[in-house]
Ligand binder design. Structure first.
Ligand SMILES: [Zn+2]
Length: 256
């Protein structure tokens, strides 16, 4: 099956017309390859943890899902799984493709969640610490195994505030990619900084890793902790302690 027809039906893609068809690995007719080569040409990094939503147009995701379905069908064939007669394996290739694009890697293809900020600059502005607990589902980029855990995001309120659910939306948008926990911690800190303008903040993540539980070392109760601290969270021992104490209180309220 060729996807040429699908690509021709796709909306106009400015910038793709000069993709060099003769380039190594470029498969004519694949929208995914046209996008990939455009990113290469423009020096845009597209690692598993990078957001590439700027390079997608409306309707592209559906085409990319169809192209990935074809690729997953080939994987199932190579694994010698009878996807034609096994009722449980029929449609699995498409389910996998949809799951990658819409769920487990959705944060690569979707733009940042809208986090409208409200001013916090009146005389009785909130000046305290705010700690939000966000449940995370991520995936390690090495093994494509689930990473499951919680992030505790702490800030000292700056000149603007965002809605409480936005902290979790931002954290989940960062998590729904192929990541390393260390990078994820940095990504969440950077995006929260961008959305709130806060320069004093901390992000603590604790998570279990499928790649340690389901394969390799098979350690079923291991837990990985990472912490990123900025501004007062890093330099002021009192602030750091308040953040860590808040995390402990949150964990008593909800252990995992
Ligand atoms: Zn891994």
């Amino acid at each position: 099956m060729t996807n040429k027809k699908l690509v021709e039906e796709a909306p106009y893609h400015p910038g793709y017309e000069d993709v060099v068809i003769g380039d190594k690995d470029y498969k004519e007719g694949y929208l995914g390859d046209a996008i990939r080569f455009r990113m290469k040409r423009e020096g845009k990094r597209f690692w598993a943890g990078d957001n590439i939503s700027d390079y997608l147009h409306k309707g592209d995701k559906e085409i990319l899902i169809t192209e990935a379905t074809e690729a997953f069908e080939a994987v199932l064939d190579r694994l010698l799984i009878d996807r034609e007669n096994d009722p449980n394996s029929k449609g699995t290739a498409r389910r996998l493709a949809k799951m990658y694009f819409n769920e487990i890697m959705g944060g690569r293809y979707d733009p940042a969640p809208d986090a409208t900020a409200f001013p916090n600059d009146s005389a009785d502005r909130y000046e305290g610490m705010l700690v939000v607990r966000s449940e995370l589902r991520s995936m390690c980029s090495h093994h494509h195994q689930p990473v499951v855990g919680v992030a505790y995001i702490g800030i000292i309120a700056a000149e603007k505030l965002i809605g409480l659910s936005k902290y979790t939306r931002i954290a989940q948008w960062c998590a729904r990619r192929g990541t390393l926990q260390e990078e994820l911690c940095n990504d969440i800190a950077r995006e929260i900084q961008k959305a709130t303008g806060a320069t004093d903040l901390g992000v603590y993540i604790q998570a279990t890793h499928g790649c340690c539980e389901n394969r390799g070392i098979m350690a079923h109760s291991s837990l990985t902790q990472t912490t990123v601290l900025k501004g007062a969270f890093k330099d002021d021992l009192g602030t750091k302690k308040e953040f860590m104490d808040n995390i402990k209180m949150q964990q008593e309220f909800s252990p995992r």
